[in-house]
Design a protein around this ligand. Sequence first.
Ligand SMILES: Cc1ncc(COP(=O)(O)O)c(C=O)c1O
Length: 359
Amino acid sequence: MKRIYNFSAGPATLPLETLQQAQADFVDYQGSGMSIMEMSHRGKHYDAVHQEALANFRELLSVPDTHEIVFMQGGATSQFSFVPMNLLHPGQTADYINSGAWAKKAIAEAKVFGSVNVAADFGKEIPTRQAYADELKLTPGAAYLHCTSNETISGAQIKAFPETEAPLVSDMSSDILSRALDISKFGLIYAGAQKNLGPSGVTLVIIRKDLAEQANANIPEMFKYQTHVANQSLYNTPPTFAVYMLCLVTRWLKAQGGVAAMEALNNRKSATLYDLIDSTDFYRGTALPEFRSTMNVTFRLPTEELEAAFIKEAKAMDMDGLKGHRSVGGIRASIYNAFPEEGVDALAAFMKDFEAKHG
Ligand SMILES: Cc1ncc(COP(=O)(O)O)c(C=O)c1O
């Protein structure tokens, strides 16, 4: 078996142990004579997996009783619509921070449902940073403030979340479970699974109970948060295999020491790359230093030709997925929770060699 270092932004590297466990369980789950994928979502085997995954998230993120955890489908992209559909009430305005490509998409969808105020706008530049709390132009009585915790494309991450009167809503698709958070400060958090949590196909949502209860009622049943809350994410058939993988990944996270251990590891892994970038003029970090993501390390080389050579040579050394997003170019090393530290060290060694050769 050969495993390469996969720096893809998502779907992304999963813990090897979870893949091996899934392989062992694949055809005959716990002596049932069936795969977990073939079982009723109302049966005892699947129910145990589903409840364990929910409980593991509550434990790992210290989610208080004031908040519900639900599994939904449609990716984070559907949440761009679900959030305003549920929480932007008639006559209200929603505040959004435009921190880059993902925030921009969320804003466009919110405008379909109501009035939007862009509280800070970095959408016109190539985004390299997030907003400081004191530069936000907030709407009194806003339905909520939406922010993108980590802009996966630019590699700019919020380091201190704003304190707001309005409920704080955050797209945490690319950094959920990567660092400790006070969940009580958030009205709603959503995250597609395929970066830090598991395979694609399931979306994690954490919502304050009162917000789910007071959501707009004149929307389809499937699109109401309260429907999924009331039915413990079993209103319809959930993506059972994806939830099973969430269960394995959350078990793995607990065994690693939980979010505190991940945060320390992520700080260490990203510092290895940023320290190297800062030690030379050959590599230039894309995000401003105070907003540098611990998940997506973005940087440029002196020319696009050198960037193409970098990606090609890295690939020949079994390091794949380093090409920056097509909208910004450059290099992006995505190093989520499950990405091994040895892979980061291998990339750093390669970067030094590449500079020695081409610098
Ligand atoms: C921050 C962020 N938000 C939203 C999305 C879209 O997620 P999905 O493909 O699950 O709809 C992504 C995907 O890369 C992302 O990185």
